[in-house]
Design a protein around this ligand. Sequence first.
Ligand code: NAP
Length: 457
Amino acid sequence: MATSDTAAATSGVTPVPKAPLRIALAGLGTVGAGVIRLIAANAELIARRAGRPLIITAVSARDRAKDRGVDLARFAWEDDMTLMAARDDVDVVVELVGGSDGPALVLARQAIAHGKALVTANKAMIAHHGLELAALAENAGVALRFEAAVAGGIPVIKGLREGVAANKVERIYGILNGTCNYILSTMEDTGRDFGDVLAEAQAKGYAEADPTFDIEGTDAAHKLSILSAIAFGAKIDFASVDTKGIAPIKAADIAQADALGYVIRLIGMAEAGLDDTGAPRLFQRVQPHLVHFDNLLAHVDGPTNAVVVEGNFSGRLLFQGAGAGDAPTASAVVADIIDIARGMDNGFEADMTFSVPVAQLQAMASAEAGARMGRAYVRFTVADRPGVLAEITAAMRDAGVSIESLIQQGRAESEGDVLVALVTHEGPESAVARALALLDGSPSLTGAPLVMHILGE
Ligand SMILES: NC(=O)c1ccc[n+]([C@@H]2O[C@H](COP(=O)([O-])OP(=O)(O)OC[C@H]3O[C@@H](n4cnc5c(N)ncnc54)[C@H](OP(=O)(O)O)[C@@H]3O)[C@@H](O)[C@H]2O)c1
């Protein structure tokens, strides 16, 4: 653009305006309405950067009559969003409906089949069907982009695909779910319990009416599996993400972590390595962790997301920002659309959806968690009677776990129970698992123990 502008200016010829990029928008909820507002608000600068104007030609949602705070009168309306894929006045289909399967997936497949580029914010669909869609897009020679699917407004996918492209990525980890982070940091600030803070988060719109995907870690696991594919060139393997949520965390755990110099954060972490035979192994985990006050992630509060990428030449990079919300998510969606507009003249890099062609992505078996070394926080709910502490410490000793500190935390919610927490010295995770197996079924334990790993440097 700059070159042709300069040439035109020097030759005195007015450049021929490029044809607009025509968009079909499926889903007019939080993100969809945000995309309409953003394209209208920044139309001129977007047209300059994209090399052509972006125009929305058709839209679809369930309820045509709903007031969405944006003017839809200038767009064609499709009751059946899948029909947008076949429209002649559409170059790119933007899917902002959600759901791993169902109409979003039908639309995605049809858009590609009709030779349209596809932009989506749908992490569930990419985590489950991303490889299939990327292969279809590659064969059709169209672009598939999903920056908004991971960490909302944070350009972490572009960061990985482009900024870190020269690096061997060794580890990627971070805070990938704003709802959990809001709940945990509010529990920390207020001393209130999980259920209470979740109800408030729902009332304020930080948590969905059905928060299951968020609080059980599924949403973070979707995002982690997508990041792993791009970072390590691995086939997406959502099923093997070892996923635990935040519901079992009590106010007493947060207070205890604080006394020890930690906060609790839901951390998604992925590492690629080799096993003893030299075969590639992928470790993926989403779990609440203790994070030391000195770690930058301990200061990521509220609904913010943060992703750390460790490259062998770049060193440690921190991507931080709004992981959700209409404006930040729309920012990521429209950045993808701008990429596609730029690529209309120069090719879409249809084979670079996951940084390498789909056929080159490796199937990597899961790494065993037990061999990992680290420290852990273990909290027990036990009967308030003599001998219980001795039973726990004996199990730890017999399993080879070395205890750094042991804290009796006081009363649990149920009558006659107390909470006991301990922090282990560095050791294999398998040893802690062995100790818990030794205690399994003991009448001294009145609730399931909670294990949280301590995030290492
Ligand atoms: N919200 C965020 O901050 C955020 C951040 C990152 C990624 N995402 C992802 O972005 C996507 C959209 O999220 P959102 O928060 O915008 O969702 P949302 O507010 O619930 O909006 C969903 C939209 O899809 C429409 N829709 C649902 N089922 C449909 C169907 N069968 N046919 C046609 N339209 C249908 C709804 O129509 P009606 O309005 O008529 O009901 C609504 O307009 C999801 O994949 C989500 O995971 C969201």
